[in-house]
Design a protein around this ligand. Structure first.
Ligand code: ADP
Ligand code: GLC
Length: 476
């Protein structure tokens, strides 16, 4: 079984969020199941550096205004292919925006090029490696499903990692996408008079997956579907939710190089050294009181404006908070201002810092994830694995992966964290109170919570098997 996984990010080369982690982890998780997965990403500078000694498999004369080639190399244990098209991808900034923080004006064509390359590979462009299935992640790759529907190719599956990002462009881009005129229809790319890459992909793909069963249900409702719920309801028999796993090699508290003290469930007392290091790093007062952690994009989706509204109360209650994250200026500013008001109690590292994210997981007492919606969420899974007890909104993948420490679950000895609903200030406050109470008054219970989390299966094993089974039924 050969599968081409197509995406705009891949860990460890290019990452703005969980998509990169998932795309980077899937090939190794699928290998033992007999799936040979190659990954295709745009040839951004970091990717081309990693593929410096890669092999050119295919050349194209004109891909949206310049020459391009497909390069293959072995990177971080995966068979990585890049669409090397310097006129589209050899730019500073992140995959989507320039250094000024604005979307690249030609994003429609940058990702149409990625999708076109995927569809071509699907139709045999590489000759020696022809995929049985194209696995297309998010809007940046979704157009390949439209292409294949009109021009032929292998089976396609589109995975929705976040329906808030849909790749919508004015209808005027359509004639330049190089697709047959029939693709611009209500059953295809047309979306309220615009072009919708994700919409077209969802309408055209053989199968749709999303990254948790709860989110698969939620996106069929107007509240979470962001305009695509009607289409998703119509396709619900071809839609499944498969919860993400994590790379348990990269995220292993027993070997993690970012931690001063590595540990296992049986040696969890050693986490204290990491907490001390975390305090030092963030300039927080030392102490055994509860220290909350956040590792996140600071956006409305993540509900961190709600947490920002509770910071004065949080400090008055005796808690401390360490945040690593960047995002919306209003939310970032609220945390920065609180850090000024409460020196030694609240601190924020307003940057992207992979190793600091590990230190928070390995040293903080909780991982706060108060998301308004969350397709899967990975930071709560890292939290479980690291004994950093997740406090999460009851939505999407958060609802599916954390067992709330209510009375019954505590009595049964199965709880792994705290859930709250609705996603608002009073109920987050209540969850924080419950966590602080258990932490302070029942250390043995708290330790049990940590142990349960660390014992939970957050690996890819089960979910990779679901994907492998899906590919198999698609191939027929
Ligand atoms: P999303 O993809 O919606 O941002 P996820 O929880 O699925 O949410 O994945 C977020 C990923 O990005 C995790 O690997 C998390 O550790 C990482 N991350 C987010 N913000 C930062 C940051 N400021 N520094 C380091 N890692 C971060
Ligand atoms: C998206 C979602 C997040 C999910 C990640 C990987 O970024 O926001 O919930 O974990 O994709 O699937």
């Amino acid at each position: 079984m050969k599968v081409l996984s197509v995406a705009s990010e891949v860990f460890p080369l290019v990452k703005t969020g969980g998509l990169a982690d998932v795309v980077g982890a899937l090939p190794a998780a699928l290998k033992p199941l007999g799936v040979n997965m190659r990954v295709l990403v745009p040839g951004y500078p970091a990717v081309m550096t990693a593929l410096a000694s890669g092999k050119t498999l295919h050349r194209l004369d004109d891909v949206f205004g310049g020459p391009a080639r497909i390069v293959l190399g072995d990177v971080a244990g995966m068979e990585l292919m890049a669409l090397d098209a310097p006129h589209l991808y050899d730019r500073p900034g992140n995959p989507y925006v320039g250094p000024d923080g604005k979307d690249w004006p030609d994003n429609a064509f940058r990702f149409a090029a990625l999708s076109a390359a995927a569809a071509d590979i699907g139709r045999g462009a590489l000759k020696t490696w022809i995929p049985d299935v194209l696995h297309l992640h998010d809007w940046q790759a979704a157009l390949a499903a439209v292409d294949v529907r009109h021009r032929g190719g292998p089976r396609t599956v589109v995975t929705v990692h976040n329906i808030a990002f849909q790749g919508q462009f004015p209808a005027s881009v359509f004639p330049r996408l190089g697709l047959p005129a029939a693709a611009y229809s209500i059953e295809g790319l047309e979306y309220y008079g615009n072009v919708g890459f994700l919409k077209g992909g969802l309408a055209s793909a053989d199968m749709i997956t999303t990254v948790s069963p709860t989110y698969a249900r939620e996106i069929c409702t107007p509240e979470f579907g962001m305009g695509l719920d009607g289409l998703l309801r119509a396709r619900r028999h071809n839609t499944i939710g498969i919860v993400n796993g994590i790379d348990t090699g990269v995220w292993n508290p027993g070997t993690d190089k970012a931690l001063p003290a590595t540990y296992a469930a049986t040696t969890i007392a050693r986490r204290k050294d990491n907490k001390r290091e975390l305090e030092k790093h963030f300039g927080l007062e030392g102490g055994d009181g509860i220290l909350h952690g956040v590792v996140s994009r600071l956006t409305w989706q993540k509900g961190l404006d709600i947490l920002a509204g509770l910071l004065d109360w949080l400090v008055a209650s005796g808690a401390r908070l360490a945040v690593v994250g960047t995002g919306e200026p209003g939310i970032e500013g609220a945390f920065a201002a609180a850090a000024q008001r409460h020196k030694g109690r609240i601190a924020i590292a307003a940057r992207y810092d992979e190793s600091l994210s590990h230190l928070i997981q390995g040293g903080a007492d909780t991982m706060l994830v108060p998301s308004r919606f969350e397709p899967c969420g990975l930071t709560q899974l890292y939290g479980l694995r690291y004994g950093c007890v997740p406090v999460v909104a009851r939505t999407g993948g958060l609802a599916d992966t954390v067992i709330d420490a209510n009375e019954a679950a505590l009595a049964a000895g199965v709880a792994t964290g705290f859930q709250f609903s609705p996603v608002d200030e009073p109920s987050l406050q209540n969850a924080l109170q419950r966590a602080a109470h258990l932490f302070g008054a029942a250390p043995a219970e708290w330790k049990r919570l940590q142990g349960n989390g660390m014992a939970a299966d957050v690996s890819w094993d089960r979910s990779a098997a679901h994907y492998a089974a899906l590919y198999k039924t698609m191939k027929g």
